[in-house]
Design a protein around this ligand. Structure first.
Ligand SMILES: NCC(=O)N[C@@H](Cc1c[nH]cn1)C(=O)O
Ligand SMILES: [Zn+2]
Ligand SMILES: [Zn+2]
Length: 478
């Protein structure tokens, strides 16, 4: 008797302990792509995943994508990209699953309640860096495929995998690979699925069809050849931090309005359909405020909040490299500081124009300080916003799968974060990309105490299994 999708679901349910243990192994690898000293860990994570796919009978290619040049001019090898395939039945459709194996930095001292790289199960939540962004979802795909195999149910579609180790650092090198393999590895792919985004709330599942882009800036100011005692030298040096903080303060006002001249001129006006979408989704401003622990928000209605998160640019100041930030009262004048901020871009903003506007404005602001210090501004990462065709059968398959597992209609939403590869697929292929969101809004991606709900982990694997079956039914036959 052939196995059913219910048998796959039952296998998933019966192997919860094994799947949690595996996630713990993955989270324990400190695959932080932004810290060069941990590049070996990113490589180890990629190799572990490749071996896991091979154990599932997959064919794996580890593609060398070269090196990156660090701020000091040195070269560092980029982690290879995994291009793999499980199932090559020419009679079946093919989906390509994308995910990333690198994570954002984390340390206990940031305010975690447990070691960020030790998966900790508390009250039905699996706490650890990468649990939701994006190791949990990537591992879910492999567990899902294993569950089909375990009950001897053939995969309904062929599955290709594109897994990288640099997403949290701007997916360096991936775009070129997709361009190069657009007609080969990606040539027989029918659609793409990415699970690297989050629900608007904690209960209603979501499909995401739009993301903001990201323009990341670094402003370097140097006032001396070494750090200086602020008592001995203070008052006689044009301090780099003084210059930098005045520049940063000139970028955005307390209402969140970006002060760079012309930055809003290319923003696409809100359409009636977009306004309606904001009005229809299941989202509570009060739940959102309480969940993030803010006393008040910049906006107060559901529509206004979502419009600002999805359809309008925002500017965030992230930190200052070289500034003193430890506990205690170090009395130093930092000789060289690098301020870091980013602008989330929305449709029709172009990264090149944003770069020009920001650089002109910051240079003008710096010149008005009449400072003799050395100054430089760069934009290491720049990407546009991304919006998919949510009427594509790929979205129908996602919707049907979510409805089957959760018993409710998923919300169709946009998100304010960025996933660079979505643009690479749009630029170099004609493939539809579905963001099959598995994480809850309070998962804390990039934040302290990042977590993945055990229920989202387990139900997510069932959604994936059901999505693969739905794809085989809804994708048009040739
Ligand atoms: N889960 C998606 C995500 O977190 N994407 C990052 C992408 C990034 C980070 N630095 C450069 N790109 C995001 O911050 O949106
Ligand atoms: Zn991610
Ligand atoms: Zn992330």
């Amino acid at each position: 008797m052939t196995s059913s999708i219910q048998d796959v679901f039952t296998h998933i349910e019966n192997n919860q302990q094994l799947f949690v243990k595996r996630l713990a192994e993955w989270v324990s690898v400190r695959s932080v792509s932004s810290q060069p000293e941990l590049r070996g860990e990113v490589l180890r994570m990629v190799q572990m995943t490749a071996q896991h796919i091979e154990r599932l009978g997959g064919a794996v290619e580890m593609v060398d994508i070269g090196t990156e040049t660090l701020a000091d001019g040195s070269k560092l090898a980029l982690p290879p990209v995994i291009l793999a395939e499980i199932g090559r039945d020419p009679a079946k459709k093919t989906v390509c699953v994308y995910g990333h194996l690198d994570v954002q930095p984390a340390q206990l001292e940031d305010g975690w309640d447990s070691d960020p790289f030790t998966l900790t199960h508390r009250n039905g939540k699996l706490y650890g860096r990468g649990a939701t962004d994006d190791k949990g979802p990537v591992l879910s795909w492999l567990n899902c495929i294993e569950s089909f195999q375990a009950v001897s149910k053939a995969l309904p579609v062929n599955v290709k995998l594109c897994l990288e180790g640099m997403e949290e650092s701007g997916s360096i090198g991936l775009g070129e690979l997709i361009a190069e393999r657009g007609k080969s590895f990606f040539g027989n792919v029918d659609c793409v699925c990415i699970s690297d985004s989050y629900w608007l709330g904690t209960q209603t599942p979501c499909l995401t069809f739009g993301l903001r882009g990201l323009c990341y800036f670094e402003i370097e100011v140097q006032c001396a050849q070494r750090d200086l005692h602020s008592g001995v030298y203070g008052g006689s040096v044009h301090e780099a931090m003084t210059d930098l903080t005045q520049i940063l303060a000139s970028l955005v006002d307390s209402s969140g309005r970006i002060l760079v001249p012309g930055i809003y001129k290319s923003v696409k006006p809100l359409s009636e359909m977009e306004a309606q979408l904001c009005a229809n989704v299941d989202f509570s401003p009060e739940e959102y405020r309480l969940e993030i622990g803010a006393t008040t928000l910049q906006q107060h209605t559901k529509e206004d909040i979502l419009n600002h998160r999805w359809h309008l640019p925002s500017l965030s100041i992230h930190g200052i490299e070289g500034a003193f930030s430890e506990l205690g009262q170090k009395t130093v004048i930092p000789s060289r500081v690098v301020g870091k901020f980013s602008i989330r871009t929305v449709p029709n903003m172009e990264p090149d124009e944003v770069e020009r506007q920001v650089k002109d404005y910051v240079a003008q602001t710096f010149s008005e300080l009449r400072s003799p210090n050395r100054f430089r501004i760069t934009m290491p990462v720049g990407s546009q916003a991304w919006v998919a065709d949510s009427t594509h059968p790929n979205y129908t398959a996602g919707r049907n799968a979510m409805r089957r597992v959760f018993g409710v209609e998923p919300n169709l939403i946009r998100d304010g974060c960025s996933i660079p590869v979505t643009l690479d697929f749009a630029r170099h292929t004609a493939l539809n990309v579905l963001l099959l969101s598995l994480g809850a809004c309070d998962d804390g991606a990039h934040s302290q105490n990042e977590k993945f709900n055990l229920s989202n982990y387990m139900n997510g694997m069932k959604v994936m299994a059901s999505y693969l079956e739905e794809l085989s039914l809804v994708l048009p036959k040739e």
